[in-house]
Design a binder for this molecule. Structure first.
Ligand code: HEC
Length: 269
């Protein structure tokens, strides 16, 4: 009887053991899965370094070296900067970028992007915001479809005007969609305001407004007192054409703030 009991006890303890074994194998796999997901999670994380590729497909990359002199790069401040950056087809956010320092104004620069991901389609000098979103392209090089992996793309852009006024002039005053110069140039520009490429600055900064005699078109340092800013943001009863509508397109909307920043910062050429 005693032996029998012992046997049962032994059997039971073996069953316990087996149960224990099953439990610990289960635990073991759990731990392995946990380790794997942690490692995968860590390696797929962007470490936040601004020059690191956001989407790298694991090796198919090239390097780009760009030389040039950037005029008026120091006029950008706050939420915007000028950068050498690469972009894919789908997104306006740079895959990789190197900001041109404001202090490098008018000095020749060599900028490099390494590990350019294969989905990059263009290398650009662009105005970007703090989220790395492209606001305007100043120079663009389409990466050839047969670009050899491992090669270095060498670009020389000469001297580029990358200043705030240059960008406003190019993208807004001469822009296809905003088409300011369409009405504001030629022999009888609207309101006597000539916004053609070479006249825009002279006709705006410090010049009296036609439709609001007590105001300057652009009063450096004061956007609220500048008629240009009033006309494009709220319009004016004396101006027979509705200008704010020209900035409703999301591509042009950031320029309202850029124009304000430009005026507030002294409206430099
Ligand atoms: C479709 C034609 C048209 C387009 C495009 C246009 N404007 Fe005008 N603009 C006018 C007219 C018309 C007036 C007022 C003239 C009047 O009422 O006699 C005016 C007046 C102005 C004034 C007031 C000037 C003054 O001295 O009183 C400013 C500033 C101005 N426009 C800036 C712009 C800017 C910047 C753009 C582009 C974003 C632009 N305009 C695009 C037609 C246009």
């Amino acid at each position: 009887m005693r032996r029998h009991l012992l046997n049962i006890e032994l059997k039971n303890s073996r069953i316990e053991e087996r149960k224990n074994f099953h439990f610990s194998t289960f635990q073991f796999f759990n731990i392995i899965i946990l380790i794997l997901t942690t490692v995968l999670g860590l390696t797929s994380c962007d470490d936040g370094h601004i020059n690191d590729p956001v989407h790298n497909d694991g090796g198919a990359t090239y390097t780009a070296r760009l030389s040039g002199t950037f005029h008026s790069v120091g006029t950008w401040s706050g939420s915007y900067s000028v950068a050498m950056a690469c972009f894919g087809d789908e997104s306006a956010y740079s895959l990789l970028q190197s900001v041109i320092p404001a202090s490098s104004d008018d000095k020749s620069q060599v900028l490099t992007l390494t590990n350019i991901p294969s989905e990059a389609k263009t290398i650009e000098i662009a105005v970007v915001n703090v989220l790395r979103k492209r606001i305007a392209t100043i120079y663009s090089y389409p990466i050839p479809a047969d670009q050899r992996v491992g090669d270095t793309i060498k670009l020389d852009v000469g001297t580029l005007d990358v200043g705030m006024f240059g960008a406003i002039n190019q993208f807004i005053f001469q822009g296809q969609a905003t088409s300011c110069a369409r009405c504001h140039s030629g022999s009888a520009p609207a309101a006597g305001l000539d916004l053609s490429p070479t006249q825009a600055y002279r006709c705006l900064v410090g010049a009296d407004a036609t439709k609001a005699p007590s105001m300057a078109r652009v009063l450096p340092g004061n956007a609220q007192e500048s008629f240009l800013y009033k006309v494009i943001t709220e319009g004016d009863d004396n101006v027979s054409y509705s200008h704010p509508a020209l900035f409703t397109d999301p591509s042009y909307a950031p320029f309202v703030e850029i124009i304000r920043n430009w005026i507030e910062a002294g409206a430099k050429e």
